[in-house]
Design a protein around this ligand. Structure first.
Ligand SMILES: [Zn+2]
Ligand SMILES: [Zn+2]
Length: 83
């Protein structure tokens, strides 16, 4: 147990509903971006790579980045959940 995350989405307290900016379909929560980043960094596209610069700020701001994906058009969006 790391005991550092109190992100409500990680803890299953609620689900964020997010509409795809591309096609308007509901997006699906695909897990923490950290998990993807550790395991699948070659898979990341340019948009996600750009976030790398913002990570230190993200950590200090106690926000938990979650990856959302549209099942219809495969559009990805990273949502920062306040912890
Ligand atoms: Zn989280
Ligand atoms: Zn879409």
């Amino acid at each position: 147990m790391k005991g550092m995350s109190i992100c409500p989405v990680c803890n299953g307290l609620y689900e964020m509903s997010l509409m795809c900016a591309n096609c308007g379909e509901p997006m699906i929560e695909s897990g923490r971006l950290m998990d993807y980043y550790d395991n699948y960094s070659p898979y990341m596209d340019i948009d996600l790579m750009k976030l790398e610069d913002g990570y230190p700020d993200t950590y200090s701001g106690n926000k938990c980045p979650h990856l959302y994906r549209c099942p219809t058009c495969q559009h990805d969006h990273v949502l920062f959940i306040k912890e």
